[in-house]
Design a protein around this ligand. Structure first.
Ligand code: ARG
Length: 578
Protein backbone atom coordinates (compact mmCIF):
# COMPACT_ATOMS: atom_id res chain seq x y z
CA UNK A 1 0.00 0.00 0.00
CA UNK A 2 1.56 3.29 -0.97
CA UNK A 3 1.76 5.84 1.84
CA UNK A 4 0.77 9.47 1.41
CA UNK A 5 4.33 10.39 2.15
CA UNK A 6 5.84 8.32 -0.64
CA UNK A 7 3.10 9.35 -3.06
CA UNK A 8 3.74 13.04 -2.38
CA UNK A 9 7.50 12.49 -2.57
CA UNK A 10 7.05 11.07 -6.09
CA UNK A 11 4.87 13.98 -7.10
CA UNK A 12 7.49 16.35 -5.76
CA UNK A 13 10.30 14.77 -7.71
CA UNK A 14 8.18 14.83 -10.87
CA UNK A 15 7.51 18.52 -10.31
CA UNK A 16 11.20 19.26 -9.78
CA UNK A 17 11.99 17.43 -12.98
CA UNK A 18 9.26 19.24 -14.92
CA UNK A 19 10.52 22.58 -13.60
CA UNK A 20 14.05 21.72 -14.74
CA UNK A 21 15.35 21.62 -11.18
CA UNK A 22 17.56 19.02 -9.49
CA UNK A 23 15.97 16.45 -7.19
CA UNK A 24 16.62 17.69 -3.67
CA UNK A 25 15.19 18.07 -0.21
CA UNK A 26 12.93 15.89 1.84
CA UNK A 27 9.24 15.36 2.12
CA UNK A 28 8.23 14.87 5.73
CA UNK A 29 5.12 15.02 7.82
CA UNK A 30 4.39 18.59 8.90
CA UNK A 31 6.04 19.82 12.06
CA UNK A 32 3.04 22.06 12.79
CA UNK A 33 -0.39 20.73 11.80
CA UNK A 34 -1.68 24.29 11.35
CA UNK A 35 0.30 24.48 8.12
CA UNK A 36 -0.88 21.18 6.70
CA UNK A 37 -0.08 17.50 6.81
CA UNK A 38 3.22 17.25 4.93
CA UNK A 39 5.93 19.69 3.99
CA UNK A 40 9.09 19.89 1.93
CA UNK A 41 12.24 21.97 2.15
CA UNK A 42 13.10 21.23 -1.51
CA UNK A 43 12.87 24.88 -2.59
CA UNK A 44 15.22 25.98 0.19
CA UNK A 45 17.86 23.46 -0.80
CA UNK A 46 17.61 24.03 -4.55
CA UNK A 47 17.63 27.82 -4.09
CA UNK A 48 20.78 27.59 -2.02
CA UNK A 49 22.50 25.39 -4.60
CA UNK A 50 21.57 27.74 -7.41
CA UNK A 51 21.81 31.06 -5.60
CA UNK A 52 18.19 32.01 -6.20
CA UNK A 53 15.34 33.24 -4.04
CA UNK A 54 13.78 30.28 -2.18
CA UNK A 55 10.25 31.61 -2.41
CA UNK A 56 10.65 32.10 -6.14
CA UNK A 57 11.93 28.53 -6.56
CA UNK A 58 9.04 27.30 -4.39
CA UNK A 59 6.60 29.10 -6.66
CA UNK A 60 8.10 27.39 -9.72
CA UNK A 61 7.88 23.96 -8.07
CA UNK A 62 4.27 24.53 -7.01
CA UNK A 63 3.37 25.47 -10.59
CA UNK A 64 4.31 21.94 -11.65
CA UNK A 65 2.93 20.06 -8.65
CA UNK A 66 -0.11 17.98 -9.53
CA UNK A 67 -1.67 16.85 -6.28
CA UNK A 68 -5.39 17.44 -6.83
CA UNK A 69 -6.09 13.69 -6.64
CA UNK A 70 -4.98 13.63 -2.99
CA UNK A 71 -4.87 17.11 -1.59
CA UNK A 72 -5.61 20.79 -1.74
CA UNK A 73 -3.44 23.14 -3.77
CA UNK A 74 0.01 23.26 -2.10
CA UNK A 75 0.95 26.52 -0.41
CA UNK A 76 4.26 28.29 0.12
CA UNK A 77 5.04 29.40 3.66
CA UNK A 78 7.79 31.15 5.60
CA UNK A 79 11.16 31.30 3.87
CA UNK A 80 10.02 28.85 1.14
CA UNK A 81 8.54 25.69 2.63
CA UNK A 82 5.89 24.00 0.52
CA UNK A 83 2.96 22.62 2.50
CA UNK A 84 0.48 19.92 1.55
CA UNK A 85 -2.95 19.25 3.01
CA UNK A 86 -4.76 15.99 2.34
CA UNK A 87 -8.43 15.93 1.35
CA UNK A 88 -10.63 14.19 3.96
CA UNK A 89 -12.27 11.99 1.32
CA UNK A 90 -8.88 10.59 0.31
CA UNK A 91 -7.95 10.01 3.94
CA UNK A 92 -11.27 8.20 4.43
CA UNK A 93 -10.54 5.93 1.49
CA UNK A 94 -7.08 5.01 2.76
CA UNK A 95 -8.42 4.42 6.27
CA UNK A 96 -11.05 2.10 4.84
CA UNK A 97 -8.45 0.02 3.04
CA UNK A 98 -6.33 -0.23 6.21
CA UNK A 99 -9.28 -1.94 7.88
CA UNK A 100 -8.86 -5.09 5.87
CA UNK A 101 -5.06 -5.11 5.82
CA UNK A 102 -3.39 -7.34 8.35
CA UNK A 103 -0.19 -5.25 8.09
CA UNK A 104 -2.01 -1.95 8.62
CA UNK A 105 -0.57 -0.66 5.39
CA UNK A 106 3.07 -1.35 6.21
CA UNK A 107 4.92 -2.69 3.15
CA UNK A 108 7.61 -5.35 3.30
CA UNK A 109 11.18 -4.26 2.57
CA UNK A 110 11.93 -4.36 -1.16
CA UNK A 111 15.23 -6.13 -0.65
CA UNK A 112 15.03 -8.28 2.47
CA UNK A 113 18.33 -8.84 4.24
CA UNK A 114 19.61 -11.45 6.66
CA UNK A 115 20.45 -9.57 9.84
CA UNK A 116 22.20 -10.89 12.94
CA UNK A 117 21.25 -8.87 16.00
CA UNK A 118 23.78 -9.23 18.83
CA UNK A 119 22.09 -7.90 21.95
CA UNK A 120 21.96 -8.52 25.69
CA UNK A 121 25.10 -10.66 25.75
CA UNK A 122 25.75 -10.77 29.52
CA UNK A 123 28.78 -12.24 31.21
CA UNK A 124 28.80 -15.47 33.18
CA UNK A 125 29.56 -15.20 36.90
CA UNK A 126 28.24 -11.65 36.89
CA UNK A 127 24.56 -10.91 37.40
CA UNK A 128 22.75 -8.91 34.77
CA UNK A 129 22.33 -5.39 36.02
CA UNK A 130 20.30 -2.41 34.99
CA UNK A 131 23.01 -1.42 32.49
CA UNK A 132 22.08 -4.45 30.40
CA UNK A 133 18.49 -3.42 30.04
CA UNK A 134 19.04 -0.93 27.26
CA UNK A 135 20.83 -3.45 25.11
CA UNK A 136 18.15 -6.07 25.70
CA UNK A 137 15.13 -3.83 25.21
CA UNK A 138 16.56 -1.89 22.27
CA UNK A 139 17.93 -4.99 20.55
CA UNK A 140 14.64 -6.83 20.95
CA UNK A 141 12.60 -3.93 19.55
CA UNK A 142 14.92 -3.52 16.54
CA UNK A 143 14.78 -7.26 15.89
CA UNK A 144 10.98 -7.24 16.03
CA UNK A 145 10.68 -4.28 13.71
CA UNK A 146 13.19 -5.68 11.23
CA UNK A 147 11.37 -8.98 11.02
CA UNK A 148 7.99 -7.28 10.67
CA UNK A 149 9.48 -5.38 7.74
CA UNK A 150 10.32 -8.70 6.10
CA UNK A 151 13.99 -9.11 6.97
CA UNK A 152 15.34 -12.43 8.13
CA UNK A 153 16.51 -11.81 11.66
CA UNK A 154 18.84 -14.03 13.70
CA UNK A 155 18.85 -13.03 17.35
CA UNK A 156 22.15 -13.97 18.92
CA UNK A 157 23.16 -13.87 22.58
CA UNK A 158 26.95 -13.49 22.59
CA UNK A 159 27.41 -14.55 26.20
CA UNK A 160 30.73 -13.86 27.91
CA UNK A 161 31.28 -17.45 28.99
CA UNK A 162 35.02 -17.80 28.43
CA UNK A 163 38.05 -15.79 29.36
CA UNK A 164 40.58 -14.99 32.03
CA UNK A 165 37.97 -14.44 34.74
CA UNK A 166 37.45 -18.22 34.87
CA UNK A 167 40.82 -18.77 36.49
CA UNK A 168 39.46 -16.83 39.46
CA UNK A 169 36.02 -18.38 39.35
CA UNK A 170 37.55 -21.86 39.52
CA UNK A 171 39.99 -20.91 42.26
CA UNK A 172 37.12 -19.43 44.26
CA UNK A 173 34.96 -22.50 43.69
CA UNK A 174 37.69 -24.79 44.97
CA UNK A 175 38.75 -22.70 47.96
CA UNK A 176 35.99 -20.36 49.06
CA UNK A 177 32.70 -21.98 48.08
CA UNK A 178 29.86 -22.03 50.62
CA UNK A 179 27.64 -24.94 49.58
CA UNK A 180 24.58 -23.75 51.52
CA UNK A 181 24.75 -20.32 49.99
CA UNK A 182 25.10 -21.92 46.56
CA UNK A 183 21.87 -23.84 47.14
CA UNK A 184 20.08 -20.68 48.24
CA UNK A 185 21.10 -18.31 45.49
CA UNK A 186 23.65 -19.80 43.11
CA UNK A 187 24.59 -16.74 41.11
CA UNK A 188 24.91 -14.53 44.19
CA UNK A 189 27.30 -17.07 45.70
CA UNK A 190 29.38 -17.31 42.53
CA UNK A 191 29.59 -13.53 42.37
CA UNK A 192 30.57 -13.41 46.04
CA UNK A 193 33.51 -15.82 45.83
CA UNK A 194 34.58 -14.42 42.49
CA UNK A 195 34.81 -10.94 44.02
CA UNK A 196 36.62 -12.28 47.04
CA UNK A 197 39.13 -14.14 44.88
CA UNK A 198 39.62 -11.03 42.84
CA UNK A 199 40.50 -9.06 45.95
CA UNK A 200 42.83 -11.80 47.19
CA UNK A 201 44.57 -12.03 43.83
CA UNK A 202 45.19 -8.32 43.82
CA UNK A 203 47.01 -8.38 47.13
CA UNK A 204 48.58 -11.85 47.08
CA UNK A 205 50.85 -12.89 44.18
CA UNK A 206 50.54 -16.55 45.20
CA UNK A 207 46.77 -16.49 44.74
CA UNK A 208 47.25 -14.68 41.45
CA UNK A 209 49.56 -17.41 40.26
CA UNK A 210 47.18 -20.13 41.50
CA UNK A 211 44.35 -18.56 39.49
CA UNK A 212 46.54 -18.49 36.42
CA UNK A 213 47.29 -22.17 36.89
CA UNK A 214 43.58 -22.95 37.10
CA UNK A 215 43.01 -21.08 33.87
CA UNK A 216 45.82 -22.95 32.12
CA UNK A 217 44.34 -26.24 33.31
CA UNK A 218 40.89 -25.24 32.09
CA UNK A 219 42.24 -24.27 28.68
CA UNK A 220 44.22 -27.50 28.58
CA UNK A 221 40.99 -29.49 28.98
CA UNK A 222 41.37 -30.58 32.63
CA UNK A 223 38.22 -32.55 33.47
CA UNK A 224 37.62 -31.18 36.97
CA UNK A 225 37.99 -27.57 35.86
CA UNK A 226 35.82 -28.08 32.81
CA UNK A 227 33.10 -29.50 35.04
CA UNK A 228 33.28 -26.51 37.37
CA UNK A 229 33.19 -24.15 34.43
CA UNK A 230 30.15 -25.95 32.97
CA UNK A 231 28.39 -25.76 36.30
CA UNK A 232 29.02 -22.02 36.64
CA UNK A 233 27.81 -21.35 33.12
CA UNK A 234 24.66 -23.37 33.73
CA UNK A 235 23.90 -21.61 37.02
CA UNK A 236 24.40 -18.19 35.48
CA UNK A 237 22.23 -19.11 32.52
CA UNK A 238 19.38 -19.99 34.87
CA UNK A 239 19.50 -16.48 36.24
CA UNK A 240 19.65 -14.94 32.77
CA UNK A 241 16.77 -17.06 31.62
CA UNK A 242 14.62 -15.88 34.46
CA UNK A 243 15.20 -12.30 33.33
CA UNK A 244 14.45 -13.22 29.71
CA UNK A 245 11.21 -14.80 30.80
CA UNK A 246 10.17 -11.71 32.74
CA UNK A 247 11.04 -9.53 29.76
CA UNK A 248 9.66 -11.95 27.14
CA UNK A 249 12.95 -12.09 25.24
CA UNK A 250 13.83 -14.90 22.86
CA UNK A 251 17.04 -15.80 21.10
CA UNK A 252 17.49 -17.86 17.96
CA UNK A 253 21.06 -18.79 18.80
CA UNK A 254 23.24 -18.29 21.85
CA UNK A 255 26.76 -18.58 20.53
CA UNK A 256 28.77 -17.30 23.46
CA UNK A 257 32.49 -16.66 23.50
CA UNK A 258 33.29 -20.32 24.27
CA UNK A 259 31.62 -21.33 21.00
CA UNK A 260 34.53 -19.71 19.15
CA UNK A 261 37.25 -21.06 21.37
CA UNK A 262 38.52 -23.74 18.95
CA UNK A 263 38.56 -21.34 16.05
CA UNK A 264 40.87 -18.76 17.59
CA UNK A 265 44.25 -20.26 16.59
CA UNK A 266 43.03 -20.50 12.99
CA UNK A 267 41.82 -16.91 13.00
CA UNK A 268 45.20 -15.60 14.15
CA UNK A 269 47.01 -17.85 11.67
CA UNK A 270 44.88 -16.56 8.85
CA UNK A 271 45.38 -12.90 9.76
CA UNK A 272 49.13 -13.42 9.96
CA UNK A 273 49.25 -15.22 6.62
CA UNK A 274 47.23 -12.59 4.83
CA UNK A 275 49.46 -9.88 6.24
CA UNK A 276 46.64 -8.18 8.13
CA UNK A 277 48.35 -8.97 11.44
CA UNK A 278 52.02 -8.99 12.32
CA UNK A 279 54.30 -10.10 15.14
CA UNK A 280 55.23 -7.30 17.47
CA UNK A 281 57.21 -7.77 20.67
CA UNK A 282 56.05 -11.36 20.91
CA UNK A 283 52.37 -10.57 20.47
CA UNK A 284 50.26 -10.76 17.31
CA UNK A 285 48.95 -7.32 16.51
CA UNK A 286 46.89 -5.56 13.84
CA UNK A 287 48.07 -2.03 13.15
CA UNK A 288 45.86 0.55 11.46
CA UNK A 289 48.55 2.92 10.30
CA UNK A 290 46.47 4.32 7.46
CA UNK A 291 43.31 4.95 9.47
CA UNK A 292 43.77 8.35 11.16
CA UNK A 293 41.53 7.71 14.18
CA UNK A 294 43.09 4.29 14.79
CA UNK A 295 46.67 4.98 13.77
CA UNK A 296 47.92 4.90 17.37
CA UNK A 297 45.46 2.23 18.51
CA UNK A 298 46.72 -1.21 17.47
CA UNK A 299 44.62 -4.25 18.30
CA UNK A 300 46.24 -7.25 19.99
CA UNK A 301 44.78 -10.56 18.84
CA UNK A 302 47.25 -12.89 20.53
CA UNK A 303 48.94 -11.89 23.72
CA UNK A 304 52.61 -12.41 24.40
CA UNK A 305 51.79 -15.41 26.62
CA UNK A 306 49.96 -17.01 23.68
CA UNK A 307 46.49 -16.27 25.10
CA UNK A 308 43.63 -14.99 22.98
CA UNK A 309 41.35 -12.16 23.99
CA UNK A 310 37.98 -10.49 23.47
CA UNK A 311 39.09 -9.08 20.10
CA UNK A 312 40.22 -12.48 18.80
CA UNK A 313 36.81 -13.88 19.66
CA UNK A 314 35.04 -11.05 17.89
CA UNK A 315 37.10 -11.55 14.73
CA UNK A 316 36.09 -15.23 14.80
CA UNK A 317 32.50 -14.16 15.40
CA UNK A 318 32.52 -11.97 12.30
CA UNK A 319 33.82 -14.93 10.26
CA UNK A 320 31.06 -17.14 11.56
CA UNK A 321 28.23 -14.67 11.07
CA UNK A 322 29.28 -13.53 7.62
CA UNK A 323 30.95 -16.67 6.35
CA UNK A 324 28.69 -19.37 7.73
CA UNK A 325 25.43 -17.70 8.66
CA UNK A 326 25.73 -15.61 5.48
CA UNK A 327 24.46 -12.46 7.15
CA UNK A 328 24.17 -9.27 5.11
CA UNK A 329 24.18 -7.11 8.24
CA UNK A 330 25.21 -7.46 11.85
CA UNK A 331 23.86 -5.09 14.48
CA UNK A 332 25.87 -4.96 17.70
CA UNK A 333 23.67 -3.41 20.36
CA UNK A 334 26.43 -2.73 22.87
CA UNK A 335 27.27 0.23 25.12
CA UNK A 336 29.39 3.16 23.98
CA UNK A 337 32.50 2.20 26.01
CA UNK A 338 33.18 -0.47 23.36
CA UNK A 339 33.26 1.99 20.46
CA UNK A 340 37.00 1.63 19.84
CA UNK A 341 36.81 -2.15 20.02
CA UNK A 342 34.15 -2.32 17.31
CA UNK A 343 35.91 0.20 15.10
CA UNK A 344 38.92 -2.10 15.15
CA UNK A 345 36.88 -5.24 14.56
CA UNK A 346 35.00 -3.67 11.63
CA UNK A 347 38.23 -2.42 10.08
CA UNK A 348 39.75 -5.92 10.33
CA UNK A 349 36.63 -7.33 8.67
CA UNK A 350 36.94 -4.80 5.87
CA UNK A 351 40.57 -5.80 5.32
CA UNK A 352 39.53 -9.42 5.14
CA UNK A 353 37.36 -8.42 2.20
CA UNK A 354 33.95 -8.62 3.91
CA UNK A 355 31.45 -6.18 2.53
CA UNK A 356 28.58 -6.72 4.94
CA UNK A 357 27.03 -3.84 6.78
CA UNK A 358 28.37 -3.95 10.36
CA UNK A 359 26.84 -1.53 12.85
CA UNK A 360 27.67 -0.72 16.41
CA UNK A 361 24.43 0.59 17.90
CA UNK A 362 25.31 2.41 21.11
CA UNK A 363 23.21 3.97 23.83
CA UNK A 364 23.42 6.31 26.81
CA UNK A 365 23.25 5.42 30.50
CA UNK A 366 20.46 4.96 32.97
CA UNK A 367 20.81 7.33 35.90
CA UNK A 368 19.51 7.19 39.44
CA UNK A 369 17.49 10.01 40.99
CA UNK A 370 20.76 11.70 41.95
CA UNK A 371 21.57 11.87 38.21
CA UNK A 372 24.58 9.60 38.68
CA UNK A 373 24.88 6.08 37.29
CA UNK A 374 22.17 4.01 38.90
CA UNK A 375 23.50 2.03 41.90
CA UNK A 376 22.14 0.37 45.02
CA UNK A 377 22.67 2.03 48.40
CA UNK A 378 25.80 -0.01 48.96
CA UNK A 379 27.17 1.25 45.66
CA UNK A 380 26.66 -1.97 43.68
CA UNK A 381 25.00 -2.32 40.33
CA UNK A 382 21.25 -2.79 40.61
CA UNK A 383 20.46 -6.42 39.72
CA UNK A 384 18.06 -6.52 36.82
CA UNK A 385 16.02 -9.36 38.19
CA UNK A 386 15.20 -7.47 41.39
CA UNK A 387 14.36 -4.36 39.45
CA UNK A 388 11.89 -6.21 37.24
CA UNK A 389 10.27 -7.91 40.20
CA UNK A 390 9.82 -4.55 41.83
CA UNK A 391 8.18 -3.23 38.65
CA UNK A 392 5.52 -5.94 39.00
CA UNK A 393 4.95 -5.14 42.68
CA UNK A 394 4.55 -1.44 42.03
CA UNK A 395 2.19 -1.99 39.11
CA UNK A 396 0.13 -4.28 41.31
CA UNK A 397 -0.52 -1.43 43.73
CA UNK A 398 -1.79 0.75 40.91
CA UNK A 399 -4.19 -1.95 39.76
CA UNK A 400 -5.51 -2.51 43.28
CA UNK A 401 -6.51 1.13 43.29
CA UNK A 402 -7.75 1.45 39.75
CA UNK A 403 -9.68 -1.77 39.36
CA UNK A 404 -10.04 -3.70 42.64
CA UNK A 405 -12.72 -5.94 41.09
CA UNK A 406 -10.35 -7.84 38.85
CA UNK A 407 -9.82 -11.46 39.82
CA UNK A 408 -6.57 -12.49 41.48
CA UNK A 409 -5.05 -14.16 38.40
CA UNK A 410 -6.08 -11.17 36.30
CA UNK A 411 -4.40 -8.80 38.73
CA UNK A 412 -1.20 -10.79 38.63
CA UNK A 413 -1.21 -10.95 34.89
CA UNK A 414 -2.01 -7.28 34.38
CA UNK A 415 0.57 -6.17 36.97
CA UNK A 416 3.24 -8.03 35.04
CA UNK A 417 2.19 -6.54 31.71
CA UNK A 418 2.07 -3.01 33.10
CA UNK A 419 5.23 -3.18 35.20
CA UNK A 420 7.42 -4.65 32.49
CA UNK A 421 5.82 -2.49 29.82
CA UNK A 422 6.57 0.63 31.85
CA UNK A 423 10.25 -0.24 32.23
CA UNK A 424 10.66 -1.05 28.54
CA UNK A 425 8.78 1.99 27.34
CA UNK A 426 10.70 4.37 29.62
CA UNK A 427 13.77 3.23 27.73
CA UNK A 428 12.40 3.03 24.21
CA UNK A 429 10.61 6.39 24.28
CA UNK A 430 13.96 8.14 24.75
CA UNK A 431 16.43 8.76 21.97
CA UNK A 432 18.87 5.92 22.58
CA UNK A 433 21.91 8.18 22.95
CA UNK A 434 20.46 10.28 25.77
CA UNK A 435 20.99 9.35 29.39
CA UNK A 436 17.75 9.13 31.31
CA UNK A 437 16.77 9.15 34.96
CA UNK A 438 15.02 6.02 36.15
CA UNK A 439 11.90 7.25 37.99
CA UNK A 440 9.31 4.69 39.04
CA UNK A 441 6.45 7.14 39.56
CA UNK A 442 6.98 8.78 36.22
CA UNK A 443 7.21 5.60 34.16
CA UNK A 444 4.21 4.00 35.90
CA UNK A 445 2.00 7.07 35.65
CA UNK A 446 -1.29 6.75 33.80
CA UNK A 447 -0.73 10.26 32.45
CA UNK A 448 1.95 11.41 30.05
CA UNK A 449 4.17 9.59 27.61
CA UNK A 450 4.21 6.22 29.39
CA UNK A 451 3.32 2.62 28.64
CA UNK A 452 0.44 2.56 31.16
CA UNK A 453 -1.09 5.57 29.39
CA UNK A 454 -0.97 3.77 26.02
CA UNK A 455 -2.16 0.49 27.54
CA UNK A 456 -5.03 2.35 29.16
CA UNK A 457 -6.03 3.88 25.82
CA UNK A 458 -6.12 0.39 24.36
CA UNK A 459 -8.14 -0.96 27.29
CA UNK A 460 -10.65 1.85 26.83
CA UNK A 461 -11.12 0.86 23.20
CA UNK A 462 -11.63 -2.76 24.15
CA UNK A 463 -14.33 -1.75 26.59
CA UNK A 464 -16.14 0.25 23.90
CA UNK A 465 -16.39 -2.95 21.89
CA UNK A 466 -17.58 -5.00 24.84
CA UNK A 467 -20.41 -2.48 25.16
CA UNK A 468 -21.06 -2.40 21.43
CA UNK A 469 -22.23 -6.00 21.51
CA UNK A 470 -21.34 -9.32 20.06
CA UNK A 471 -21.45 -8.54 16.38
CA UNK A 472 -18.65 -6.01 16.87
CA UNK A 473 -16.40 -8.34 18.74
CA UNK A 474 -12.83 -8.61 17.54
CA UNK A 475 -9.41 -9.14 18.88
CA UNK A 476 -6.34 -7.61 17.30
CA UNK A 477 -4.47 -10.86 17.62
CA UNK A 478 -7.10 -12.61 15.49
CA UNK A 479 -5.46 -13.88 12.35
CA UNK A 480 -8.57 -13.32 10.37
CA UNK A 481 -9.41 -9.70 9.91
CA UNK A 482 -13.15 -9.58 10.32
CA UNK A 483 -13.42 -6.11 8.88
CA UNK A 484 -14.23 -5.62 5.26
CA UNK A 485 -13.37 -2.28 3.73
CA UNK A 486 -16.32 -0.05 4.46
CA UNK A 487 -17.31 3.52 3.98
CA UNK A 488 -15.61 5.77 6.47
CA UNK A 489 -17.14 9.22 6.82
CA UNK A 490 -14.93 11.90 8.22
CA UNK A 491 -16.83 15.06 9.12
CA UNK A 492 -15.57 16.31 12.46
CA UNK A 493 -12.04 17.65 12.61
CA UNK A 494 -11.27 15.25 15.49
CA UNK A 495 -12.19 12.34 13.20
CA UNK A 496 -10.07 13.66 10.36
CA UNK A 497 -7.06 14.18 12.63
CA UNK A 498 -7.32 10.71 14.06
CA UNK A 499 -7.64 9.09 10.65
CA UNK A 500 -4.65 11.01 9.30
CA UNK A 501 -2.51 9.90 12.21
CA UNK A 502 -3.54 6.27 11.77
CA UNK A 503 -2.58 6.38 8.09
CA UNK A 504 0.94 7.41 9.15
CA UNK A 505 1.64 4.10 10.87
CA UNK A 506 3.02 2.72 7.61
CA UNK A 507 5.32 5.75 7.27
CA UNK A 508 6.66 5.59 10.81
CA UNK A 509 7.58 1.92 11.22
CA UNK A 510 10.26 1.76 8.48
CA UNK A 511 11.72 5.08 9.66
CA UNK A 512 12.75 3.45 12.94
CA UNK A 513 15.51 1.53 11.18
CA UNK A 514 17.07 4.57 9.49
CA UNK A 515 19.02 5.41 12.61
CA UNK A 516 17.82 2.63 14.94
CA UNK A 517 15.37 4.82 16.81
CA UNK A 518 12.39 3.02 18.33
CA UNK A 519 11.57 6.31 20.08
CA UNK A 520 10.11 7.48 16.75
CA UNK A 521 7.52 4.72 16.97
CA UNK A 522 6.96 5.24 20.71
CA UNK A 523 6.30 8.93 20.27
CA UNK A 524 4.02 8.28 17.33
CA UNK A 525 1.92 5.91 19.46
CA UNK A 526 1.72 8.57 22.14
CA UNK A 527 0.34 11.01 19.56
CA UNK A 528 -2.15 8.42 18.35
CA UNK A 529 -3.40 7.94 21.91
CA UNK A 530 -3.68 11.70 22.35
CA UNK A 531 -5.65 12.31 19.16
CA UNK A 532 -7.79 9.33 20.03
CA UNK A 533 -8.69 10.85 23.40
CA UNK A 534 -9.56 14.16 21.73
CA UNK A 535 -11.71 12.30 19.23
CA UNK A 536 -13.41 10.28 21.94
CA UNK A 537 -14.30 13.39 23.89
CA UNK A 538 -15.57 15.27 20.85
CA UNK A 539 -17.40 12.49 19.01
CA UNK A 540 -19.88 10.14 20.64
CA UNK A 541 -19.37 6.63 19.29
CA UNK A 542 -21.98 4.18 20.54
CA UNK A 543 -24.64 6.86 20.96
CA UNK A 544 -24.29 8.34 17.48
CA UNK A 545 -26.53 7.58 14.49
CA UNK A 546 -25.55 5.49 11.49
CA UNK A 547 -23.53 5.86 9.34
CA UNK A 548 -21.39 7.84 11.82
CA UNK A 549 -21.65 5.08 14.42
CA UNK A 550 -20.10 2.34 12.29
CA UNK A 551 -17.53 4.69 10.89
CA UNK A 552 -16.46 5.82 14.35
CA UNK A 553 -16.35 2.26 15.59
CA UNK A 554 -14.06 1.52 12.67
CA UNK A 555 -11.75 4.35 13.78
CA UNK A 556 -11.72 2.92 17.31
CA UNK A 557 -10.95 -0.50 15.88
CA UNK A 558 -8.03 0.81 13.84
CA UNK A 559 -6.67 2.80 16.77
CA UNK A 560 -6.79 -0.34 18.91
CA UNK A 561 -4.96 -2.33 16.28
CA UNK A 562 -2.31 0.35 15.71
CA UNK A 563 -1.66 0.57 19.47
CA UNK A 564 -1.59 -3.21 19.81
CA UNK A 565 0.74 -3.75 16.86
CA UNK A 566 2.91 -0.72 17.61
CA UNK A 567 3.45 -1.73 21.23
CA UNK A 568 4.09 -5.30 20.13
CA UNK A 569 6.86 -4.05 17.84
CA UNK A 570 8.39 -2.45 20.92
CA UNK A 571 8.08 -5.72 22.83
CA UNK A 572 5.28 -4.39 25.04
CA UNK A 573 2.06 -6.27 25.75
CA UNK A 574 -1.41 -4.89 26.33
CA UNK A 575 -3.95 -6.12 28.88
CA UNK A 576 -7.64 -6.52 28.06
CA UNK A 577 -8.64 -4.75 31.26
CA UNK A 578 -6.81 -2.68 33.82
N1 ARG B 1 29.66 -9.62 26.97
C1 ARG B 1 29.99 -8.29 26.54
C2 ARG B 1 29.83 -7.30 27.69
O1 ARG B 1 29.01 -7.52 28.59
C3 ARG B 1 29.11 -7.82 25.40
C4 ARG B 1 29.27 -8.61 24.14
C5 ARG B 1 28.85 -7.84 22.95
N2 ARG B 1 28.99 -8.55 21.70
C6 ARG B 1 30.14 -8.80 21.07
N3 ARG B 1 30.10 -9.47 19.95
N4 ARG B 1 31.28 -8.37 21.53
O2 ARG B 1 30.51 -6.30 27.69
Amino acid sequence: METFQSLLAKKLSNALFAAGLPNAGELTSATDPRFGDYQTNAALIVAKQQGESPREVARRIVEHLKVDDVGEAPTVAGPGFINFTLRPAVVAEKTASMLADERLGVSQAESPRRIVVDFGSPNVAKPMHVGHIRSIVLGDALARIASFLGHEVIRDNHIGDWGTQFGMVIYGWKNLLDQDALQQNPLAEIVRFYKETNALATSDPQVREACRQELVKLQGGDKENIDIWNECVALSMQDFEHVYELLDIHYDIQCGESFYHDRLPGVVEHLLKSGIAELSEGAVVVFFRDVPELSDKPCIIRKRDGGFNYATTDVATVDYRLGELKADSVWYVVGAPQTLHFKQIFEIARRQGYQADLRHITFGSILGEDRKLMKTRSGDNVPLRELLEEAGRRARKIIEEKNPDLSEPEKMDVAQIIGIGAVKYADLSQYRMTDYVFLWDKMLSLQGNTAPYLQNAYVRIRSIFRKAGKSWNWHPADKEIGWKPMRICLNESAEINLAKRLCQFAEIVPQVLNDFRPNILANYLFEVANVFHTFYEACPVLKSEEPARSSRLALCYLTGRVLHRGLDLLGIKVPEKM
